[in-house]
Ligand binder design. Structure first.
Ligand code: FMN
Length: 335
């Protein structure tokens, strides 16, 4: 019998396939279907720093003025309220999801700066979260703020969240840090129990008629998994923290690649939004079949067996194959 179980953030999961934060993990019916389909754990959508600051502000205003400032303040972020319905209902949803599912439930906090909202990490723990994913979605675009300052601020945030709770904390990063292997180690030093690589940044588009910046969600494809593949492969063996791969994982073969590189779990969002919660079953069936064909008995045996440390040519994960890769490209328009 092939063993699909995996350890992630100190939790034992029945399978290494996790539902990543997305509208699918907000929906109660979809959450139960994910559980039925064999998912290893689920990550709820993020609770956003802006929502939590807004609530703090509203409470202050109400205390000072007695006015109904909250309803007024809420109109500044109506779209956020549409996404996850605000802090109180988030906690209720977390409690209900914990009751309804048989697998670990990971709550997600989105923030980039220290603030009063940090106490929510503790409330998430009290509401039953098995772990907290800190989604550090930040576009570092201030001309006066250096990369070192951005890293330092992130480290302080991670230290504060990890210090506030007893449950494990994973940090979901963007791929835009300059020296990721070093930064990954520093995050572990300040208390991160896991690294989630990488959040997928939505690049702006321009509407040529309205001459406006147009935000648009485009789902990923398997091609995009190479970015987390490299960094999971590089970090495996350098950190004790758990490694989760997200971005571009759509099939059991995609999952096998990331586990071979060193991931403890793979996280799926686009593939589930496109194919439904039952897709988890198909991904796991393909993974099992691939493992059986290649004589792997467990995820533990598979994990990291093609990481940078394990391969005969470690430079293949780095720059060494740059020239080779470019030279291998052929076009029918060129001689
Ligand atoms: C519509 C949508 C909403 C998402 N919401 C969140 C969120 O609230 N928090 C978060 O950390 N990631 C969020 N994500 C990112 C996903 O969890 C995932 O990391 C990313 O989409 C890359 O994985 P994929 O290639 O499987 O889609 C969202 C993704 C989509 C498509």
């Amino acid at each position: 019998m092939t063993d699909l179980s995996s350890r992630y953030l100190g939790l034992t999961l029945r399978a290494p396939v996790v539902a990543s934060a997305s509208p699918m993990t907000k929906d109660d019916r979809a959450l139960r279907a994910l559980d039925d389909a064999g998912v290893g754990a689920v990550v709820l959508p993020s609770l956003f720093e802006e929502q939590l600051e807004l609530e703090e502000l509203a409470i202050d205003n109400m205390l000072q003025t007695g006015a109904d400032a909250f309803a007024e303040a809420q109109t500044f972020f109506p779209e956020l309220d549409d996404y996850n319905t605000g802090p109180d209902r988030y906690l209720t949803h977390l409690e209900q999801t914990k009751d309804a599912l048989s697998v670990p439930v990971i709550a997600s906090l989105n923030g980039v700066s220290l603030g009063g909202w940090l106490r929510y990490a503790h409330l998430l723990e009290q509401a039953g979260a098995d772990a907290i994913e800190l989604n550090v979605y930040r576009v570092a675009a201030h001309p006066e703020v250096s990369g070192a300052a951005v890293e330092q601020e992130t480290l302080e945030l991670v230290a504060a969240v990890s210090g506030a709770v007893g449950v494990p904390v994973a940090v979901k990063l963007s791929p835009y840090f300059s020296s990721l292997a070093n930064f990954g180690c520093l995050l572990e030093d300040v208390g991160a129990n896991g690294l989630v690589l990488f959040n997928r940044f939505y690049q702006p588009d321009l509407d040529l008629e309205r001459l406006e910046v147009a935000p648009r969600v485009a789902l990923s494809t398997s091609e995009e998994l190479r970015l987390p593949l490299r960094w999971i492969g590089v970090l495996h063996g350098h950190v004790d923290a758990s490694l989760a791969a997200t971005t571009g994982i759509h099939t059991g073969y995609d999952a096998a690649k990331l586990l071979l590189a060193g991931a403890d779990v793979v996280m799926l969002a686009s593939a589930l939004l496109r194919n439904g919660p039952e897709h988890v079953g198909r991904v796991e069936a393909t993974l099992l079949e691939w493992m059986a064909t290649h004589e792997y008995e467990s995820v533990g045996q598979l994990r990291g067996s093609v990481s940078q440390r394990a391969v005969p040519d470690p430079s293949a994960y780095l720059r060494a194959n740059y020239l080779q890769t470019l030279a291998s490209y052929s076009s029918p328009f060129l001689a």
